[in-house]
Design a binder for this molecule. Structure first.
Ligand SMILES: [Zn+2]
Length: 161
C-alpha cells in the first residue's frame, strides 16, 4: 500500500476514534507474531516489526501497528490537531508539556498541574487546572509559539468560564 492510500485509510480512523489521537504513554517495537495492524487491517508477517503503544485510555487494548503505519499515524494525528479544536487532553502534547516544564519562571501550581498531565490519567490535568493556571500556561504557550497547546488551553478556558 502506498503512502497516500495509507494516509486516506488512517485519517478517518483517527477522526472517529478507531485510532487514538493522542495519549500514547509508552511505545516499543518487537518482532511480529502475526498481529493484525490496527491501521491498515492487514496481518503483519513474521519478518516485520510490530510497533506497540500503550494508550492513556485504560479501556483500550495496546495499539499494534506496522512501523510504516505508525509513522503515518503519528504524522496524521499531528496534522489533524492543527485543524480541529483540540480538547486539553487530546490537544496538549507531551512535547509542549515538556517545553513548558523546562521554563524556570513557571509558577509552582502551573508546574504541578503539568506534572499531572504525565500521570496515569490525563483527565486529572483537567481536574486540577484552574482558570489562573490555564491563563498563565496560555501566556507561556503564546510566548513560546506552542500553538497547539495554546489552542487547547483557550478551549479549556471557555469551559472554565
Ligand atoms: Zn499496517
Amino acid at each position: 500500500m502506498d503512502q497516500e492510500s495509507l494516509r486516506l485509510l488512517i485519517r478517518p480512523k483517527i477522526q472517529d476514534g478507531r485510532l487514538p489521537h493522542d495519549g500514547i504513554k509508552r511505545v516499543w517495537s518487537s518482532p511480529s507474531d502475526g498481529e493484525t495492524c490496527d491501521a491498515c487491517d492487514t496481518v503483519l508477517s513474521k519478518d516485520q516489526l510490530v510497533m506497540e503503544g500503550v494508550t492513556l485510555d485504560l479501556g483500550r487494548r495496546p495499539l499494534q501497528l506496522h512501523v510504516r503505519c505508525f509513522q503515518v499515524w503519528d504524522h496524521e494525528r499531528r496534522a489533524i490537531s492543527h485543524v480541529t479544536e483540540p480538547t486539553i487532553s487530546s490537544g496538549f502534547s507531551f512535547k509542549d508539556r515538556a517545553t513548558l516544564i523546562a521554563q524556570n519562571d513557571l509558577s509552582s501550581v502551573a508546574r504541578e498541574a503539568l506534572e499531572f498531565q504525565g500521570g496515569e490519567l490525563t483527565s486529572h490535568f483537567e481536574a486540577t487546572l484552574t482558570k489562573q493556571v490555564a491563563e498563565e500556561l496560555l501566556a507561556k504557550c503564546t510566548e513560546l509559539g506552542l500553538w497547539v497547546g495554546a489552542m487547547a488551553l483557550r478551549a479549556e478556558l471557555m469551559r472554565l468560564k
